[in-house]
Design a protein around this ligand. Structure first.
Ligand code: SF4
Length: 457
């Protein structure tokens, strides 16, 4: 019998110079001449479909026209007024399925306008030069608590701070930024998330508090008593389990934890990586984990998804990028069990799947295995509100309504609790994208400002 490979997880597979190269900006910024040429390709469409495809409704033709006329300040103002995290979104948005996907030039024989790259060109100078485009109104004396310093919370904070309210933002982690700081591949946002936050805080009136988790250090009841309004932008805290034999073996971990560790590591040559990595999942987190494993020096990286490519939530561009990076993408297979030798992960066995006539996933009864010293699970995150909800909903008072496992909000992002709004990934019906979280925070802030304006001091 052939002996299975011995686990091999080690640091320093690549030199510091190779790692620096691999984790540099994956898409270099447009230079002035290229930006002007690209801006002048835009048709400046009336009733532009690209605007409708942007969750934050940025007036894309107008900002592109301002780039074309070299009014960079005007372009940045338009973008950041609609989307205060427009710098991050220019880097991480799946533009190929949003604005660029709907661009009228996105057709055979032509190419979509590079809207994301132009947005980055229009805004990068703002952070570089520390230019404040927005002014804070006189202090209102109203105080708002925001739980979660991710895109939704930060967008909400900035819009309310501009109105003159005093904002306290609480986050369970040691840094602000949420997904942008902890959950996205390092080569997409090198050294950017904190620079953007520093600029955003320049508006004034926003105080950040770290390592303050809802449920343990904070309670909604106390925040509601201490502040005039509360916004919950807590994101998703739990990861789905594989539910197969061997799930808890050493070497099996959540892809989001791997990405967060990598993002927070200041010396990648000291970060251990497997030689044979298997990533399970079909979303952007799976692709980010797989590509970063390759760029860390893993020799074999496979990404395995239970359905076909059309069902993956990672865009076609992301899937193609993973393949170009040497990731072996396998469709129609689901994990069956993890194999170990002396308690050490050595391989993962999969079962081929197929869909029946109604599209339901079926097992085939045929199996294959991949050698693995590291398995990264990227099979979806869920909103874990168990402690919070148990605590909050225990008494006779008002309850926070959930639906389908997420916070239920109305069209103004109001929860079932008076004076409490919510947005971002923790709310029902939310598209799990940074740009959607920003829009949630912005819309909630508009509603909260109306509420605060009518409230007596
Ligand atoms: Fe320009 Fe394309 Fe938008 Fe038309 S759809 S305004 S060409 S970016």
């Amino acid at each position: 019998m052939t002996r299975l490979p011995i686990a091999d997880i080690a640091a320093g597979r690549l030199t510091p110079a190779q790692l620096a190269h691999n984790f540099a900006d994956v898409v270099p910024p447009l230079q002035r001449q290229a930006a002007l040429v690209e801006a002048n390709r835009c048709f400046f469409c009336y009733d532009a479909p690209c605007i409708k495809a942007c969750p934050t409704g940025i007036d894309i033709p107008r900002f592109i026209r301002r780039i074309a006329t070299e009014d960079q300040r005007g372009a940045a103002d338009l973008i950041l007024s609609a989307n205060i995290l427009g710098g991050s979104c220019a880097r991480v948005c799946p533009t190929e399925v949003l604005c660029e996907g709907d661009c009228v030039r996105n057709k055979e024989g032509d190419t979509a306008i590079q809207i994301g790259a132009l947005q980055r060109y229009a805004t990068d100078w703002v952070y570089r030069d520390g230019v404040q485009l927005f002014a804070r109104k006189p202090a209102t004396g109203k105080r708002v608590a925001i739980v979660g310093a991710g895109p939704a919370g930060l967008a909400c904070a900035h819009h309310l701070a501009r109105e003159g309210h005093q904002i306290d933002v609480f986050d369970a982690r040691a840094k602000a930024g949420g997904l942008n700081e902890y959950g996205i591949a390092a080569y997409k946002v090198p050294d950017f998330a904190q620079a953007e936050i520093e600029w955003l805080l320049g508006i004034g009136g926003i105080t950040l508090h770290f390592e303050q988790a809802l449920g343990s250090q904070l309670s909604i009841a106390q925040l509601s008593a201490d502040f005039d309004a509360v916004f919950l932008g807590v994101g998703l805290g739990a990861v789905n389990a594989l539910g197969v034999e061997g799930d808890s073996l050493d070497g099996v971990r959540n892809a989001v934890d791997f990405i967060a560790e990598l993002r927070q590591c200041d010396d990648l040559s000291r970060l251990a990586i497997g030689r044979r990595v298997v990533v399970i999942g079909g979303g952007n987190t799976a692709v980010d984990a797989a590509v970063q494993s390759r760029r860390m020096g893993a020799e074999q990286v496979s990404l395995v998804y239970r359905r076909g490519p059309g069902s993956m939530t990672a865009t076609v561009a992301e899937q193609d990028f993973a393949k170009a990076e040497g990731v072996n993408v396998i469709h129609w297979a689901k994990p069956h069990r993890l194999l170990a030798d002396d308690g050490q992960l050595t391989a993962i066995e999969f079962e081929y799947t197929c869909a029946d006539a109604a599209g339901r996933l079926k097992s085939s009864g045929e199996f294959f295995s991949l050698p693995a010293d590291s398995v990264l699970k990227a099979i979806g995150q869920t909103f874990d509100a168990s402690d919070l909800i148990a605590n909050l909903n225990a008494g006779d008072g008002p309850t926070l309504h959930l639906r389908d496992g997420r916070i239920n909000v109305d069209e103004e992002y109001r929860t079932s609790l008076a004076g409490v709004w919510a947005g971002g990934d923790c709310v029902l019906g939310h598209m799990d994208l940074t740009v959607q979280a920003v829009e949630d925070g912005k819309r909630a802030a508009a509603s909260m400002h109306c509420y605060l304006s009518a409230k007596e001091l």
